[in-house]
Design a protein around this ligand. Structure first.
Ligand SMILES: Nc1ncnc2c1ncn2[C@@H]1O[C@H](COP(=O)(O)OP(=O)(O)OP(=O)(O)O)[C@@H](O)[C@H]1O
Length: 217
């Protein structure tokens, strides 16, 4: 029996996704479906378009042509359903310099009207190993701790699709294993996961399949 029934609406559907910069073709007609409970890894060399594809899904970069659908509807960042479906960990995540770790997470959880926000924030702080740093400002965190804060920020909000750009970056070995287990839990709870990675270990731990992108032509 095919793994994906033809009438299932994927959380994410890309059709003919193309992105050019002048003569350079970065993405050339990418087709991809990601179902609930499924994780797809974007792999490929530096410059192959992994972040570009994620930005097109996020809506921060406009494809040259092609379509992006979430839950069968065209992507529209003004649609609150879309905004509440997407949790994102990108490369260049910024934090407010004057809000502590716990204040960031509280703010996000409350902005997304999460029930039992205090309990969830405490739980996520423990999961990412930032309990001792909860009162620190982002500028005082190590690079790995900042990455953990970015991951925590995605875990304290509602989501149906988790987009991650090289989430393994700056994590130690134990952190990588934790991340693999945590993303597997996301899948088991029915979330879809799309992540770019240069870590064969993370791909092995999490991905149901990989989409390998090539060098831009
Ligand atoms: N504004 C731009 N003008 C020209 N080329 C661009 C522009 N933005 C991105 N590119 C090119 O698009 C290509 C894809 O970049 P992208 O960041 O998506 O790659 P990546 O697969 O995420 O790479 P990495 O593994 O290094 O993170 C690169 O060759 C990059 O130089």
């Amino acid at each position: 029996m095919p793994k994906t029934a033809p009438d299932r609406v994927p959380v994410l559907r890309l059709r003919g996704l193309t992105r050019r910069h002048g003569e350079t073709v970065v993405l050339d007609g990418v087709d991809l479906d990601v179902q609930p409970g499924e994780a797809v890894a974007l792999t490929g060399p530096n410059g192959s378009g992994k972040s570009t594809l994620l930005r097109c899904v996020l809506g921060t970069e406009e494809p040259t042509s092609g379509t992006v659908e979430l839950d069968g509807r065209p992507l529209d960042e003004r649609d609150p359903r879309v905004r509440s479906a997407l949790a994102v960990v990108m490369d260049d995540q910024d934090f407010f310099p004057d809000l502590s770790v716990v204040e960031h997470l509280d703010l996000l959880a409350r902005a997304h009207r999460v029930a039992d926000a205090d309990d969830l924030v405490d739980d996520v702080l423990a999961q990412v190993g930032l309990v001792a740093q909860s009162g620190q400002l982002p500028g005082t965190l190590s690079s790995g701790q900042l990455r953990r804060l970015a991951l925590a920020a995605a875990l304290v909000r509602p989501r149906r699709l988790l987009l991650l750009d090289e989430p393994e970056q700056r994590l130690d070995t134990e952190g990588l294993e934790w991340l693999g287990a945590r993303l597997r839990r996301e899948k088991s709870e029915g979330l879809a996961v799309l992540f770019a990675s240069h870590s064969p270990r993370l791909v092995e731990l999490v991905a149901d399949r990989s989409l390998e992108l090539g060098r831009p032509s």
